[in-house]
Each structure stands twice: as structure tokens, then as C-alpha cells.
Design a protein around this ligand. Structure first.
Ligand code: ATP
Length: 578
């Protein structure tokens, strides 16, 4: 069985995740996390918070998942958040047209960047068929399909809303308030971990492409002229980079650069993006991603949004495919400018000058008793046009007359009637629109990657053992307490020890069903790093056996010392080192 197939089987059987609503025939693109998976996911989110909120000293918020249409008009999602869809003329099934091309044509890795027309041509040229019924898709139209789930806010249809397709907008729209919490000082970062919804055309590959998923996003607001990342913290961190250049070369592959080298060589354009690629390495490593199956891939120029300066994706290799788990983008001032333009609020921040500056400002004070009779209903617009022209080009007022355009008409006004003067003003600062650097993590794809990368098998006592080499801080259960027999008081003693360890703060499971070997296997399979076994010797000398998942080593430990021993093990020591 393939590694993804094996994992899907394990995930369902042991309660990590499984397709939702099976009792009603299932709903494609929705998964439920079972008891093990829900805890694993939360533990991954907690590590993310530990690094991206606590360590980096950012704020965290929690915004609603439904937002009004106006937000998505401003963000561009209403018009542009589309994927390419093709409907089979024979069976009516719908598919992601670009993915069909990528699957069929090895040389094409990113068909979306080619546009709908070219993708339609490629479907014809390569004789690509419908995956559902095998009919040829040649000549079927390829169209854009908006991925947002629409709803109505309140009764009736007067107030359309959408389930957010990314958590980021919930941060951007609150910028006017958030800047106050940041005492109007840049830079500052705002994080959010929450659900996002996309009506994916063809959900697939288990948790990789689902219709409801969790994102962990950080929006770092910076002053583009003055703020620089503390690159020295990460300059020696080595990055596996798959640059745009390498992707386009025949024999291009991952190349290793330190953050410092990648910036100096211009491989990564934005220092801020380089900084976050460096900071994130510790995160992936800490949650158990196999760093030999991990890379940062640069977007090709056709792939990234027009406003994004440099974009890189973190990708993990799963079952032979590279999957994006995080997008890193320098988003410039795009998001805040758009919300500033579409809403009534100010999405700028006041940047104080080091010293107040005296500046000359050209202003007008048009003589309306002249403009009114002369230009009638157009007078007010002419006055506005004069004001804007003075701000843009004061030399236009050098002569006797000045000409302004209102709509398609030119109007000429004597300069003496415009009240044009140049004033000196002292200013303490200026309003700027911050730029945004965004690392955007897909938690479900991380859960899936961690499970696949930590899933291993070996032979113990002549039997094949399947286990998850989960880092201790991630494992849903840290320690399983198992009595050798569920009798002779061993079970009571084991329950007591389990209770004590719980009060010490450990995640503890108690298990007394089946033979001891089978219980160890059960715990190995869900990634429990330690088992504590209570046997007949325990009653005599107050000691227990501690068993380590990865090495299967066992050592006797005094019950009193157990919390301390477990603490050291969770902290990274091995039984052999104790
Ligand atoms: P893709 O190209 O795979 O559709 P994307 O580039 O649209 O992904 P982003 O908008 O950058 O994704 O979203 C940030 C992160 O959210 C991704 O790196 C991914 O981990 C996660 N993500 C996006 N769409 C889905 C989905 N349908 N199911 C699960 N996770 C997703």
C-alpha cells in the first residue's frame, strides 16, 4: 500500500481523521478529526502560537468566519478568487481543469498561470479525458469558478455575506483598531488561527484539499522605508531553496543557502520573506516534519499576485508529490490600501518625523463669486480640480491663466481668481499605509504531513510494528500507564499513578485491555512516546518500568522520581542518557 493509503487507513482506524457525515453518504471535502487527531492538531497550533505569537511578541485575535460582501469587494476575492473549472459534457462531473493538465503533462507544474484559453487548448492537444467517465474533454469550455461559499446575513437576501476564504481579511479590516493597541507604532504583527472555507472544485488527497480548513496566519505590518527584520537572528539558518531559476533549468534542484547568503545573492528578494523562511525552519523541525522531504519553492512570475513582490511556498513531499503547506508573501500595501479605498475608515498610520519639518504647500482659495456666474453648475468641480492641480503641479499656476479638466471638458480660469498661494507649514509627520509581510500556514496540511513523515515501521520481537515518531510535545498522549495484569491490585495502583501524573500536568492514558505487547503496539501506533508499566515488583519496591517508544528500551524507575524522569524525557533526553 502507498504511504498515503496506509496513513489514511491508520487515521480512520485510530481516530486521527476521517471523512465527515458518512452516515449520510459523506460530503466530499470535509473531514472530522477524531480524539487523537483533534489533540494532535491543537498541539501543532500551540507550537505555532508559541513561536509566532509568544516568541515573536505578536498579538492574536479571533474574528468571525462570516464577513459582509463589501469586505470581499475590497479584497478582490469577489472578482478574482477563482479556479478553472471544466464540466464533462458526457457525465456532468466537474473538475479543476488546470489540475487535469498538470496530472497529464509532466512538464507543466503550474497550469493555472497559463490562463483558461491555453488550458483548454492543452486539454484538447493531449486528449485529456474525464477522470469520472473517460469521455474526451476536448472542446469543453474552461471557465472561472468563484471559490467562496455565499450566504445571507439575517433573513432575506439584502445583506449577502461569505464564509471567509482566508483568515487574513479578519485582521486587515480591524487594522484601524489594532494600530491603537500597538500604540500607533510600527512594526507590529497580528496572528490568527481559525477556520477558512473554499468551495474547492475537486477536493482530494485527504486533508490536502478540503472545503473547510484551519489557517494560522500572521500579518506583520511594517514601515517599508524604515523597518528592517532582525535578520541577524536567522542569518546562519540553512534553507533548502527551490528557486524560480532552478525550476526553469533542465536539471534544477533544491540548493542550500543560509538566510544571509540567500539575501546577499539576491535569491530571495525580500529580506522580510527571508527572515520568516528562516524563523519558520525551527517550527517545521519542532513539529516533526522530515527536513529531507521539505523545501521552499519560489513562485514563478506568472504565479504570484501582481502586488506581491516575492513569494515562496513551504512544501512537503507526501507520497511522491510536493504539497504547499505555507505561503510566504510580501503583500506590499495592497490590502490596507484597498480597505482604505472601499471603507470610510483610515487604514494609514502616522509616521512621526525625527524633527518637525517645514514644508511649502500650494493651496487655492477660488473666488466663487467669479466661478459661480462664469461656470454655473460646474463651478464646484472646477474648484476641486484646481485644488488637486495645485497639490500636483504648482507650476501650472505660473502664468496668467490655468486650465483644468473636469470630465471631458477643459476650463480656463484666471490665476488671480484661484486664490493660489504657497504656504509654509510645519508638520510633525505623515500618514503612510503600512506594508504587510504574510506567512500563511495551512494547519490541516501540516497535520497530514506530520503524520506521514513520522509514520514508520520496524520489527520488534519478530513482529512488524507500526509507529508514529511524534515529538513528545505533539503526541496526543504523553504517557500511557499500563498494569501488567488487570488484577491483584496492579490495576488500582496503575490508576493511582495515572492520576498523580495527570495532576503533575502530563497527558496520560490508562490502558488495561489485551496483552501487554498489544497495548504497547496500540500506543506506538498513535505516537505515545512513553509507557509506564506496573507489575508485581512494584508492590515490593515502589518501582515501575518506563518504556521508550522509539528505541523500545525499558528502565526501572522509582515511582517518586517518575514525574521528574518524564519531564527530562519530554525535554529531549533519552532513557539511555538518564
Ligand atoms: P493551493 O494553490 O494549494 O490551492 P493556495 O496557494 O490557494 O493553495 P493560500 O491561499 O496561500 O493557498 O493559503 C495558505 C495556506 O492554506 C496554504 O499554504 C495551504 O496550506 C492552506 N490551504 C489553502 N487551501 C486549502 C485547502 N483547500 N485545503 C487545505 N488547506 C488549504
Amino acid at each position: 500500500m502507498s504511504e498515503t493509503g496506509e496513513l489514511a487507513e491508520l487515521a480512520k482506524r485510530r481516530g486521527f481523521f476521517f471523512p465527515s457525515n458518512d452516515a449520510y453518504g459523506g460530503t466530499a471535502g470535509f473531514y472530522t478529526y477524531g480524539p487523537e487527531g483533534a489533540t494532535l492538531k491543537r498541539n501543532i497550533e500551540d507550537v505555532w502560537r508559541d513561536i509566532f505569537v509568544r516568541e515573536l511578541d505578536n498579538m492574536e485575535l479571533e474574528a468571525p468566519t462570516i464577513m459582509p460582501e463589501a469586505v470581499f469587494e475590497a479584497s478582490g476575492h469577489l472578482d478574482g478568487f477563482d479556479d478553472m473549472i471544466i464540466e464533462c459534457g458526457e457525465c456532468g462531473a466537474t473538475h479543476r481543469a488546470d489540475h487535469l493538465v498538470e496530472d497529464a503533462v509532466e512538464a507543466i507544474e503550474d497550469a493555472e498561470a497559463l490562463g483558461t484559453e491555453r488550458v483548454a487548448e492543452l486539454l484538447t492537444e493531449h486528449g485529456i479525458v474525464c477522470p469520472s467517465c473517460g469521455a474526451e474533454l476536448a472542446d469543453e469550455p474552461v471557465e472561472e469558478f468563484n471559490l467562496m461559499f455565499a450566504t445571507n446575513i439575517g433573513p432575506g437576501s439584502g445583506s449577502p455575506g461569505y464564509l471567509r476564504p482566508e483568515t487574513a481579511q479578519g485582521i486587515f479590516v480591524e487594522f484601524p483598531r489594532l494600530k491603537e493597541y500597538a500604540r500607533n507604532q510600527l512594526p507590529f504583527g497580528v496572528a490568527q488561527v481559525g477556520r477558512a472555507y473554499r468551495n474547492e472544485i475537486s477536493p482530494r488527497r485527504a486533508l490536502v484539499r478540503v472545503r473547510e480548513f484551519t489557517q494560522a496566519e500572521l500579518e506583520h505590518f511594517i514601515d517599508p522605508e524604515h523597518d528592517e527584520p532582525p535578520i541577524e537572528w536567522v542569518e546562519d539558518v540553512e534553507l533548502p531553496l527551490y528557486s524560480a531559476r532552478a525550476q526553469q533549468a533542465d536539471d534544477g534542484d533544491i540548493e542550500y543557502y543560509t538566510v544571509g547568503e540567500a539575501v546577499d545573492a539576491g535569491v530571495i528578494e525580500s529580506e522580510w520573506v527571508a527572515y520568516y523562511l528562516g524563523r519558520s525552519m525551527a517550527f517545521y523541525d519542532r513539529i516533526g516534519i522530515d527536513m529531507d522531504r521539505f523545501r521552499y519553492r519560489q513562485h514563478l512570475s506568472g504565479e504570484r499576485a501582481h502586488y506581491a513582490a516575492d513569494c515562496w511556498d513551504a512544501e512537503t513531499e507526501l507520497g511522491g508529490n510536493w504539497i504547499e503547506v505555507t505561503g510566504f508573501a510580501y503583500r506590499s500595501d495592497y490590502d490596507l490600501s484597498k480597505h482604505g479605498e472601499y471603507s470610510d475608515e483610515s487604514f494609514t498610520i502616522f509616521r512621526q518625523y525625527d524633527e518637525p519639518r517645514t514644508i511649502e504647500r500650494a493651496v487655492v482659495d477660488p473666488d466663487m463669486s467669479y466661478l459661480g456666474p462664469e461656470f454655473g453648475g460646474d463651478a464646484a468641480e472646477i474648484a476641486e480640480a484646481l485644488e488637486s492641480l495645485a497639490g500636483r503641479d504648482r507650476s501650472a499656476f505660473d502664468g496668467e491663466e490655468v486650465t483644468v479638466e473636469v470630465g471631458d471638458t477643459s476650463y480656463t480660469v484666471p490665476v488671480e481668481k484661484t486664490g493660489f498661494t504657497v504656504e509654509e507649514q510645519t508638520e510633525a509627520g505623515e500618514h503612510i499605509t503600512p506594508h504587510v509581510v504574510e506567512p500563511s500556514f495551512g494547519v490541516d496540511r501540516l497535520v497530514y504531513s506530520v503524520l506521514i513523515h513520522t509514520h514508520d515501521a520496524d520489527t520488534v520481537d519478530g513482529e512488524t510494528r507500526s509507529f508514529l515518531e511524534l515529538p513528545a510535545e505533539l503526541a496526543p498522549t504523553t504517557v500511557a500507564v499500563v498494569p501488567l495484569m488487570a488484577k491483584d491490585g496492579l490495576d488500582d495502583r496503575a490508576r493511582e499513578i495515572a492520576e498523580t501524573l495527570r495532576t503533575e500536568g502530563f497527558e496520560v492514558a490508562y490502558d488495561d485491555t489485551g496483552n501487554i505487547g498489544r497495548r504497547y503496539r496500540r500506543q506506538d501506533e498513535v505516537g505515545t512516546p512513553y509507557c509506564v508499566t506496573i507489575d508485581y515488583e512494584t508492590a515490593e519496591d515502589d518501582t515501575v518500568t518506563v518504556r521508550e517508544r522509539d528505541s523500545t528500551d525499558q528502565t526501572r524507575v522509582e515511582i517518586e522520581a517518575l514525574p521528574d524522569v518524564l519531564d527530562r524525557l519530554v525535554g529531549g533526553e533519552t532513557l539511555a542518557e538518564l
